[in-house]
Ligand binder design. Sequence first.
Ligand code: SF4
Length: 293
Amino acid sequence: MSCTICPRNCKIDRTAAKGFCGCSSVVRVARAALHYDEEPSISGSRGSGTIFFSGCNLKCIFCQNMVLTDGTLGEICDVPRLADIMLKLQSLGAHNINLVTPTPHRDTLTEALRLAKENGLSIPVVYNTNAYETVETIRAFDGLVDIYLPDLKYVDPRLSLKFSRASDYFDTAIEAIGEMIRQVGFMQTDADGIAKKGVRIRHLVLPGCVYDTRNVLDAIKDRFGVDCPISLMSQFTPIPECTIKPLDRPLTQREYENALAYCISLGFTDVYTQDLTSVGRSFTPPFSDHLDL
Ligand code: SF4
């Protein structure tokens, strides 16, 4: 089968070779556990039942989870094992099942979600993505996913080419996010503030690139309006593997404050902001070839 799951359009047979994402036809999971570092509406008090998949179709040069991006780390999981992991996370009290970088595993995951739901999975399913997605792939999850957490990383194609080798990132991502909003609307929470359904767009402010954060915020406002929930993230942390300026230094507080001031000036009504102590803090959990569940 020729893989066209994401906009990389590798058109390779993943039973015989790996694509840009580093994934063959098997699914590797490098961590499945309750996770407390998402937005409060996702982590809540009991944690988000997070499943970190190995491999990535974007491979940003500043990725904090770089160890996962070549697709080699993690336990191989088939459909029944994935469904079992979801049900175990639910039994541990997770507020939701949070699929991190699920894109290359679309076909296995849609099957696993159907099986888990048949066997009693009832908590919301979160699709946590870099948004470098085709509309067709997002449509494959229609009715299976309750909450989408897409990044919107860049507007400027020079940045997306330099940092993620994807000059078409913005044009592609904005259409995929449009499909997510068509499916589930904007994020809604229950009386306890826990997300039940909908989309929240995330944007990580990059050092030296606040001008493009303004572009991103303008684009969200123009396309989806100021009621679109957003998370303006400050947690960029330089990694030793990335020495390209300006990504070799942390975001400054002044840069984050400038980004936030612009966001507020546009009139967004639902903005999650990170404490400035998040600047430079590592959010990388431990990964492994063997899952504890
Ligand atoms: S999912 Fe992987 S193999 Fe398939 S098109 Fe995307 S990068 Fe290529």
